[in-house]
Design a binder for this molecule. Structure first.
Ligand code: FAD
Length: 318
């Protein structure tokens, strides 16, 4: 090939897509999701993780809520520790209503409020084995949003709800799922955070269809960097997310090599986020799985840089 021809082809290629690693010009906003540790000994690790994530200046860090009862108190405990260690970091507490009474839900909200937390991710939750649903007072996430807005301090909460790009497994139909999502927003939700997905077309279609169904609030993609495909495949099966046929191939033969799996996961998630950003989606929610390094690498690839650092690895609940 002549040098002239090579130059033309290179220019054409560059015009189609900028060099992928070039930092994105537009402002990206991220939030991170972490889960409480299984035992009290794990609080320090969570604090260390959140300290590293906080350095990236997220809009907030959210803490999941254990459905079924046994780990519920840990969400409040972890939030208490995080508020103490990182007083300037905005925190969101998740809250699931399945099996809980109105009184119990209000108590958790009171705890959040006492800790200065006014962001909540309002969910129904899934019934877990061994924890039968004892009450149906607040049957679904829409009813939970109504409960929050009906409190004397109802207007002070920033409420997020879940959305499903590939449709919730219990939905009667895709359209029914979208119209129920619109109901959750009409009940007072400020934001939709999506279940994870790996095909951006699924999210972009969901975004379009949710807007058409009347969802006017921000719809934020939930991004799952995958360090352990076997584990994530199990989650995906339960929540109705699909694993694209090309994905297992990327992780094949890496069972004994967690470092490479993490690098593959960070690269994939960064690609996914950059592609979404090219489509104008610049607010993202990262399911960190309590791994700071992967999510930090993704943020760096999106052009974000640390703002401050502070971590207290020995922290215990007060
Ligand atoms: P809902 O929105 O109440 O209902 C789920 C689906 O059921 C709806 O999408 C709809 O199709 C159908 N449905 C329900 N009620 C009605 C109705 N009245 N009319 C019509 N259709 C209805 N789980 C945890 O246990 N702890 C967590 O911290 C947690 N955090 C999460 C965070 C995010 C961002 C997401 C996406 C999920 C999270 N989950 C969590 C999982 C969640 O609890 C499950 O996906 C659960 O199955 C549904 O919860 P939901 O709030 O979407 O439920």
């Amino acid at each position: 090939m002549s040098e002239d021809r090579l130059e033309v082809e290179t220019e054409e290629r560059l015009a189609r897509r900028p060099w992928p690693a070039e930092p994105l010009a537009r402002n990206i906003e991220v939030s991170f999701e972490v889960f409480p540790p299984a035992t009290e000994a794990g609080y320090g690790t969570v604090v260390e993780t959140v300290g590293k994530l906080a350095a990236m200046g997220p809009a907030f860090v959210s803490v999941t809520y254990g459905a079924g009862g046994s780990t519920r108190h840990r969400t409040v405990d972890v939030i208490r520790v995080l508020r103490r260690e990182f007083p300037e970091l905005p925190i969101a507490g998740h809250l699931t209503c399945g099996g809980a009474s109105m009184r119990e839900l209000n108590e958790v909200l009171d705890h959040y409020a006492e800790l200065g937390v006014r962001r909540v991710v309002a969910l129904r939750g899934d019934p877990t084995e061994g924890h039968a649903t004892s009450t149906n007072e607040v049957p679904d996430a829409r009813a939970l949003v109504e409960l929050i807005r009906g409190r004397p301090d109802g207007a002070e909460w920033h409420v997020s709800v879940a959305g499903y790009p590939e449709t919730h497994p219990l939905a009667a139909s895709r359209q029914a799922d979208l119209s129920y999502l619109a109901d959750k927003v009409s009940a007072g939700a400020d934001r939709v955070i999506s279940q994870f997905f790996f095909d951006n077309e699924d999210f972009l279609r969901f975004h379009r269809d949710a807007r058409a169904a009347g969802v006017g609030v921000p719809i934020v993609p939930g991004i799952m960097p995958v360090a352990d495909l076997t584990k994530i495949s199990r989650f995906a099966q339960r929540c109705g997310a699909s694993i694209p046929a090309w994905m297992p191939d990327l992780y094949e033969g890496l069972d004994g090599d967690p470092d490479v799996r993490r690098l593959v996961g960070a690269t994939l998630a960064a690609e996914q986020c950059r592609h979404l950003a090219e489509h104008g989606i610049n607010v993202l929610h990262l399911y960190t799985m309590n791994h700071a390094a992967i999510s930090t690498a993704v943020c760096r690839m999106l052009g974000m840089r640390p703002r401050h650092t502070k971590s207290h690895p020995t922290a215990q609940p007060a």
